[in-house]
Design a protein around this ligand. Sequence first.
Ligand code: NAD
Length: 256
Amino acid sequence: MLAGKTALVTGSTSGIGLGIAKALARQGAHIVLNGFGDHEGPRKEVEALGVKVGYHGADMSKPAEIEAMMAYAAQTFGRVDILVNNAGIQHVARVEDFPVERWDAIMAINLSSAFHTSRLALPAMRAANWGRIINVASVHGLVGSAEKSAYVAAKHGIVGLTKVTALETATTGVTCNAICPGWVLTPLVQKQVDAKAAALGLSNDEATRRLLGEKEPSMQFTTPEELGELAVFFCSPAGNNVRGVAWNMDGGWAAQ
Ligand code: NAD
């Protein structure tokens, strides 16, 4: 379905981003990976799906590096047809204890990077009259949780950016939507399980059960594969007129 198209997924060396990259690759899209850590392993996993794979190690907190990444993608693949703004980090502390540097980093990586990639991708998408921008927000783009001020503010912000981008492209073949996962068992969440286990003297299993039980009625993690299939739907012809939604896949979290 996506043969001949190119998808750039930020933060795709791990977790949800890698899951979405693989789901889009299974539909035939060439992939530009981004993110820290090992990228040769993820590259091989995506290449095994039979598509071309590029990689750029831009730091999403640095606008100049984001510009270099977008230029690399355009030079290597011609155009970015599908942009998935996924890179994100977390920090947990009360407002009065929140390190200023962590606030600034979360705003830059979880919110401003999506503005920069979007502003740089939109001209070519408009010229082609086809494009998909998928912002990986969170259920924290819809509701709050204590000790996550920067994350919740950034995720509410990206839901707002999604709506505005969707309105500005509403009469074109470009759409913009957000995905709002509940808990997904990636390194980002395993750190929170580890912190709970250490603080309360719990086993990994018990800390995981409590983490889910506090927020997620289904008591199940959403998987990167499930989120990948939602991204594929947004890219499908059935998604042509889905614009500006913040679609939760959260086991009932926001329904409470
Ligand atoms: P993860 O830690 O597994 O992956 C994060 C990715 O972002 C990695 O590839 C990492 O290298 C990359 N990254 C981090 N900082 C970066 C930077 N400055 N520049 C470029 N890349 C950077 O996390 P994840 O759980 O897969 O999270 C992915 C997205 O999903 C995030 O935006 C997160 O907020 C969101 N999300 C996660 C959950 C969850 O439960 N895991 C729930 C809702 C939303």
